[in-house]
Design a protein around this ligand. Structure first.
Ligand code: F6R
Length: 604
């Protein structure tokens, strides 16, 4: 969380910094700020709220300079105020920071005792104060950073500028990602390559513990032991046009609509026309256990995948939330594989879980959207989901593409483990090929869903129910609704309802039942009847057969196309997303940047 950008340029950098921050706003939007060095003088501008507020401020109060750093904040320590906004300054130094300095209280107490006073409540100000302290003793900026970095515990990406230094930027990375961009006589720093995409495609990723001294001539990189380090420069391909709304009102709407196309792309990548799979390199036959770990929506994708790996491949599966997994010390089998799923590939808890598992399992795999991310780079094999850049904070196309890759892996596992014949496998792949068309059909239900959403927007609480592989979909549907419409929503396994949650049911609580007409349909319908007997308002999402059979007495029904049973979770994700989207629109919330959230969660 929090986005960082830094530029040693040949032109005025303020507009470029703001443009870079715009590309990083998905990381947080509680406040934003920039600082520049102009003719040796440091100055800064900061504003609370969205980046637009900083842009407005810069119109009235511009900031000159060809060297600068910028920050968009997701508040951790201290409220969203100007005083807490970055860049933070102490004397001759300014800094922007992503991450958390865990020992900042001790450091701050030590400095307060020595007479230093602080302007903000942040952990970050401690860092800049420490650097200033070293410089006050006569050290150079580089010597000061070198002296302070070992004192900082926690996760951070930092970028510093110094008074009197028009051609110097120092940055450091531990835990949080940081990329250096190479221009022609210009140098850049960014939380990710996307921020730098309009400026350069030549990127060097800093590794854990690295820090770098940057001038317009280039970067000197040092490792955690302060030895000179060579880090490769790669050319990245970021299609800048994919970061536009392309005529849609919101990124989320665009990303929902893109799903048939990106899913077809993923299918093309993983399954050639002759049926051969890009997953050939994986042989699941000797694997005794698969451990899937992720956060949020990606975790729900793992939850669906557990049903697939178990039923299609007979492969025992554990799933876990990364923030729990990393501290639980779970025993892992050395014949097992661990699989980490992450859209951003930078989620701090998922990355830490991967590092925990690395020496304990036979193989570390990841399913990621950003192939250059830390999680991808630290895996034995990273499988891309090929969803394209996802900007909306609520994950949509990444979820269905994660499901697609996981489903194809489960099918491959089924073959490797002798659970699926070649014919059965081919039938599943043929079924899979139907999905983009079925998804288009589901998208065409948007006007109907919009009407439902107008009514849903009046609810205070909503329940989502599903059974079997539709249970994780119920969890995902509830997460989507709550995160962008702020309506309290919970997902339950429909059979679990009578063990407690049914007490919540009354005529004001809409209950959304996700139930294709499959072998579990009748069981789910029984649970639905229990809700209706208590005056619950049921919205049944099913196919035509299901709606005909069980639609009577429901508050509303939504008829989806018939989908091959295995792949129902991929299709039913679309109405769940559309319902959340249109409910949020009806409520007037900020769909792409819901309150308190950030897209890339790089702190614990
Ligand atoms: C919800 C959502 C989050 C993410 C979670 C993990 O819509 O997007 O729950 O799924 O923060 O993020 P990644 O996939 O980047 O690891």
């Amino acid at each position: 969380m929090c986005g960082i950008v830094g530029i040693l340029g040949n032109h005025q950098v303020a507009p470029l910094l703001v443009e870079g921050l715009k590309r990083l706003e998905y990381r947080g939007y509680d406040s934003a700020g920039i600082a520049t060095v102009n003719d040796g003088r440091l100055d800064r501008r900061r504003a609370v709220g969205k980046l637009a507020n900083l842009s407005d401020l810069l119109v009235h109060d511009p900031l000159a300079g060809r060297a600068g750093i910028g920050h968009t904040r997701w508040a951790t320590h201290g409220a969203a105020t100007v005083a807490n906004a970055h860049p933070h300054r102490a004397g001759n130094v300014v800094v922007v920071h992503n991450g958390i300095i865990e020992n900042f209280r001790d450091l701050r107490a030590e400095m307060v005792a020595a007479g230093h006073s602080f302007e903000s409540e942040t952990d970050t100000e401690t860092v800049v104060a420490l650097i200033q302290g070293e410089m006050a003793q006569g050290k150079t900026p580089t010597e000061s950073v070198e002296a302070v970095l070992p004192r900082l515990h926690g996760a951070f990406a930092l970028c510093f500028l110094f008074e009197g230094e028009d051609d110097l930027m120092i940055c450091a990375r531990k835990g949080s990602p940081l990329a250096i961009g190479h221009g022609d006589g210009e140098m850049f720093v960014g939380s990710d390559a996307i921020a730098l995409a309009p400026l350069t495609d030549r990127i060097t990723y800093l590794e854990e513990g690295d820090w770098a001294v940057i001038t317009r001539k280039g970067a000197q990189i040092f490792d955690a032991q302060n030895r000179r380090a060579n880090r490769a420069m790669t050319r990245i391909q970021v299609d800048a046009t994919r970061i536009e709304k392309a005529g849609y009102k919101h990124f989320m709407a665009k990303e929902i609509a893109e799903q048939p196309v990106v899913l077809a792309d993923a299918l093309k990548h993983y399954v050639a026309d002759d049926g051969n799979s890009a997953l050939q390199a994986l042989d699941f036959s000797g694997v005794d256990r698969l451990t899937l770990v992720a956060c949020g929506t990606a975790h729900y994708a793992c939850h669906v995948a557990k049903y697939w790996f178990e039923s299609l491949a007979g492969l025992p599966c554990d799933i876990d939330i990364a923030s729990e997994f990393r501290y639980r010390e779970p025993p892992l089998s050395d014949k097992g594989w661990a699989l980490f799923v992450s859209q951003s590939g930078e989620t701090a808890d998922t990355l830490a879980a991967l590092r925990y598992a690395r020496d304990k399992v036979a193989k570390v795999l990841s399913v990621v959207n950003v192939p250059t991310s830390s999680i991808a780079r630290e895996s034995d094999l990273a499988l891309p989901i090929l969803a394209g850049v996802e900007v909306g904070v609520a994950s949509t196309k990444a979820f269905t593409c994660q499901l697609a890759v996981l489903a194809l892996m489960a099918l491959k596992a089924g073959r490797d483990r002798g659970r699926l014949t070649a014919e059965e496998h081919a039938t599943h792949i043929a079924d899979f090929r139907l999905l983009p068309g079925l998804m288009n059909h589901a998208l065409s239900l948007a006007p109907e869903i919009e009407k439902l959403a107008e009514q849903l927007a009046e609810a205070q609480d909503v329940l989502f129910l599903g059974r079997g592989q539709m249970y994780p979909l119920a969890l995902e549907g509830a997460l989507k609704l709550k995160e962008i419409s702020y309506i309290h929503a919970e997902g339950y396994a429909s059979g679990e309802l009578k063990h407690g949650p049914i007490a919540l049911i009354d005529s004001r609580v809409p209950v959304i039942v996700l139930a294709p007409r499959d072998h579990l349909f009748e069981k789910t319908v029984s649970n639905m009847q229990e809700v209706m007997a208590r005056h619950g308002k049921v919205l049944l999402m099913s196919d035509a057969a299901g709606v005909t059979e069980a639609g009577a007495g429901c508050w509303r029904t939504l008829t989806l196309p018939k989908v091959p049973d295995v792949f129902a979770p991929i299709l039913y994700a679309i109405p769940a997303q559309l319902l959340a989207y249109h409910t949020a629109i009806a409520k007037g919330t900020d769909v792409d940047q819901p309150r308190n959230l950030a897209k890339s969660v790089t702190v614990e």
